[in-house]
Write a protein that binds this ligand. Structure first.
Ligand code: 13P
Length: 301
């Protein structure tokens, strides 16, 4: 199936009261977990890779191109509508490489940049991307990060509604990731999300909104978020946890077996296949929470 515009997919999600999931992959096994989950739930889905957790040197020396090639391969064989995002790229060079590598949505993480630099970079990216039919996600506000000791909110700040409207007007970004109390990488409890603040942003910003930190976004806040402009939830950490648990269980039960069956075989004995299956179930559960299942034929609805 050809790639779909993430903006079209988001608009449909908004009109029909559901959210899209972006389930961050990091290799072929995790990419298969996402795609198979979406196909089993008959759901549109955002496929892709993220730049935040990856080694910069690896990314810059062919990593972006490799991820684009992997993502493009799975997108083409998908039976459900997909968009392919290069998420949270750290430099302009990386997003430009991402566009060349076939990602049809890109996001440059300027959340820690000075205002003028962020506006200039995102506006420039929008010009480059739109000339090639590529959608741009931007972010304003800064999420706290969970750390081993708790939550580091020393640099975090909520998205200001008026400033967000100005940012979108100045840059032309297609959608905006917002900070409303959501937290990156948090697994110990749910984040203290400020739903009234989301409403204030939504009343000022007309483009679809995005929630990062999907792992700890409280399930009971999801319907309200969808009703107030959120069209996509980004999920990462809980997927890696599920993969790790699945693989660990397989590793502990594999004494005496051939290493060729355990590593890279893609057979049911493969540790990474066990990880993939566990991750797939977590993605399916999230698709049900976001309500996107059954919307795969959205162009005909
Ligand atoms: P979590 O790892 O907290 O789910 O956040 C992922 C994310 O926001 C990717 O953009």
């Amino acid at each position: 199936m050809p790639l779909h515009s993430m903006l079209d997919m988001m608009r449909h999600a908004q009109q029909n009261g559901y959210g899209l999931g972006y389930f961050e992959a990091w290799d072929t096994y995790s990419m298969e977990a996402v795609l198979e989950a979406a196909e089993e739930e008959n759901s549109p889905v955002i496929l892709g890779f993220g730049g935040m957790m990856l080694d910069t040197k690896w990314l810059d020396e062919g990593g972006v191109a490799l991820m684009g090639a992997i993502g493009g391969h799975y997108a083409r064989k998908s039976r459900v509508p997909v968009s392919l995002i290069l998420n949270e790229a750290q430099t302009m060079e990386q997003v430009v490489q991402g566009i060349e590598a076939g990602f049809n949505t890109v996001m440059l993480d300027t959340s820690a940049w000075e205002w003028d630099d962020a506006v200039e970079a995102v506006a420039k990216l929008v010009r480059i991307a739109h000339a090639k039919g590529v959608v741009v996600e931007a972010e304003l506000g800064r999420l706290p990060d969970a750390t081993a000791d708790g939550i580091d909110d020393s640099t975090a700040f909520l998205t200001d509604p008026d400033t967000a409207a100005q940012f979108v007007a100045l840059t032309g970004a297609d959608c905006l990731a917002v900070s409303i109390g959501n937290v990156h990488l948090l697994t110990s409890h749910y984040a203290p999300v400020d739903s009234a603040h989301l409403e204030a942003i939504h009343s000022r910003v007309s483009v679809p909104l995005v929630i990062h930190g999907g792992t700890s976004f409280p399930p009971e806040a999801i319907p309200h978020a969808i009703a107030h402009g959120v069209a996509k939830f980004n999920v990462g950490t809980t997927l890696k946890k599920a993969f790790q648990e699945g693989a660990q269980t397989a590793i502990s039960g594999s004494q005496g077996m051939s290493v060729h069956d355990l590593l890279g075989s893609h057979k049911s004995t493969d540790w990474c296949i066990a990880g993939k299956l566990a991750m797939k179930e977590r993605v399916r559960a999230l698709i049900r929470l976001y309500g996107s299942g059954g919307h795969a034929s959205y162009r005909k609805e």
